[in-house]
Design a protein around this ligand. Structure first.
Ligand SMILES: Cc1cc2nc3c(=O)[nH]c(=O)nc-3n(C[C@H](O)[C@H](O)[C@H](O)COP(=O)(O)OP(=O)(O)OC[C@H]3O[C@@H](n4cnc5c(N)ncnc54)[C@H](O)[C@@H]3O)c2cc1C
Length: 414
């Protein structure tokens, strides 16, 4: 952690200490919940300047990249100065439409989407392309398909094919990312939408992932009992149809909102599921009954704060490379403001390995930091999810607090 600026270490220590305290986190979560979901102008951080400042000083500046291009560019430059090999950037705006404005009668008298719904797709595309221009070659654009509003959400929920406006927008975004030398991943959502989202993601990868490394990654959530079968479906289709598979592996952020029977019964089962999916990718294992096919070109992005899972996957990856066994490209990333001790270790390992070998011969994964941008009000849903995640990870946050304390002690007395 010696590479982190002192201001960041101090802010992390204060915030992470508070978040690892159940006594503080419970009321803080309740307040965040009210601010996130309130329709009152008084509780809108983009209108109430005092609330805006308060949130910026506490959670916003810690977890978010900035409210405009200038602020985001500064944060991205700082992250790269620390040593990360790249950033992942997403636009937080989640447009909420008045349900009364969603549908209108067309000239034949049947119901159709209003112009406001079509405008939301256009706004989402513009915002996503603007976000892409804030990152550089090698970086990743995080795409939230639900941000496009009811036209996207309704089709996804009903598991229909991608509406034409969405397909055109996605094609433009993929092409722009490719021309810029960046990549993109599709964020995973709640199960109500995820089956439709998976179908779309497969269509997008089928169309755009036609070189050896993927341009587009889909997200698999390991906390789902069906996640391994879902991975196998992705692998089988990519192998049969000859496209490149990009998998971003997470545990899953919607545990509080999902039907519980879909989720593994215990945290340990989710951990095992996460490690099994990573291992399947790294060892290029075809699903049963598909072994006659060759494993497709593929890459794995480990999106986790769990040091044990990261260590296990990295060890498998290295062992396979050292023994000349085939594997897939591996990269790792954590969210800005979280698990800095793991992120710094990954950066350090990468730099050490780079000194000892050359970039083409690297057996150590690149380390990324993932962040969201948008106005304070636009980022409230994102911040709320981060707080819920910390509630379920008190042990890990305590580990981070201990690491931050040690670092501060070293800087003061070492
Ligand atoms: C870069 C990045 C991108 C992300 N993108 C997404 C995304 O697109 N969609 C998404 O849903 N999430 C996303 N997440 C969040 C992620 O899903 C996790 O919520 C978060 O990372 C915490 O999990 P962890 O792997 O870091 O490890 P840990 O802190 O060890 O695990 C915590 C997780 O374990 C699971 N868990 C906790 N308790 C139980 C239990 N009792 N039974 C079963 N499972 C349990 C939950 O998934 C919980 O979030 C992302 C995370 C990162 C780092």
């Amino acid at each position: 952690m010696a590479r982190l600026p002192t201001k960041l270490v101090l802010r992390s220590l204060v915030l992470t200490s508070l978040m690892s305290s159940k006594l503080f986190l419970k009321p803080a979560l309740a307040i965040l919940n009210v601010v996130t979901n309130s329709k009152s102008a008084l509780l809108n951080p983009d209108r109430n300047r005092i609330l805006n400042k308060l949130l910026r000083w506490t959670v916003y500046d810690h977890f978010c990249a900035g409210t405009n291009r200038e602020e985001v560019s500064k944060t991205v430059a700082e992250i790269k100065t620390i040593g990360y090999q790249g950033v992942i950037l997403g636009y937080s705006k989640e447009i909420v439409l008045d349900p009364n404005e969603k549908l209108i009668h067309d000239e034949t008298g049947s119901m159709t989407y209003s112009d406001k719904c079509s405008d939301m797709v256009k706004e989402w595309k513009t915002g996503t392309l603007e976000t892409l221009r804030m990152v550089g070659p090698g970086d990743i654009l995080a795409v939230k398909l639900t941000g496009a509003g009811p036209i996207a959400i309704d089709s996804m929920a009903e598991r229909k094919s991608m509406p034409e406006a969405m397909e055109d927008a996605i094609d433009e975004i993929c092409l722009a990312a490719k021309n810029q030398g960046s990549r993109l991943w599709l964020d995973a959502e709640q199960q109500l939408l995820q089956h439709g989202l998976d179908d779309w993601a497969i269509d997008i990868m089928r169309k755009h992932n036609n070189s050896e490394t993927p341009l587009v990654y889909n997200t698999i959530q390991a906390y789902l009992k069906g996640s391994k079968a879902n991975l196998d479906r992705h692998i089988s289709l990519a192998a049969q149809e000859g496209w490149t598979l990009g998998i971003k592996l997470v545990r899953g952020a919607y545990i509080e909102h999902e039907a519980q029977f879909l989720i593994h019964d215990f945290k340990e089962d989710t951990d095992r599921s996460y490690d099994l999916i990573a291992d399947t990718m790294l060892c290029r294992r075809m699903p049963a009954h598909m072994e006659h096919l060759k494993f497709p070109n593929a890459a794995l992005f480990l999106a986790t704060h769990n040091a044990a899972s990261a260590a296990k996957a990295i060890a498998t990856h290295q062992a396979r490379l050292l023994s000349n066994e085939p594997t897939v490209m591996l990269e790792c990333g954590q969210i800005q403001g979280m698990a800095d001790e793991l992120s710094c270790e990954l950066v350090q390992n990468y730099e050490r390995a780079l000194k000892e070998s050359n970039a083409a011969n690297m057996s150590v994964p690149k380390a990324f930091k993932c962040m969201a941008w948008g106005s304070v009000a636009e980022c409230m849903q994102y911040l709320h999810r981060r707080a819920i995640e910390n509630k379920g990870a008190v042990e890990r946050t305590q580990h981070m607090v201990a690491a931050l304390r040690r670092e501060l002690w070293r800087r003061t007395f070492g």
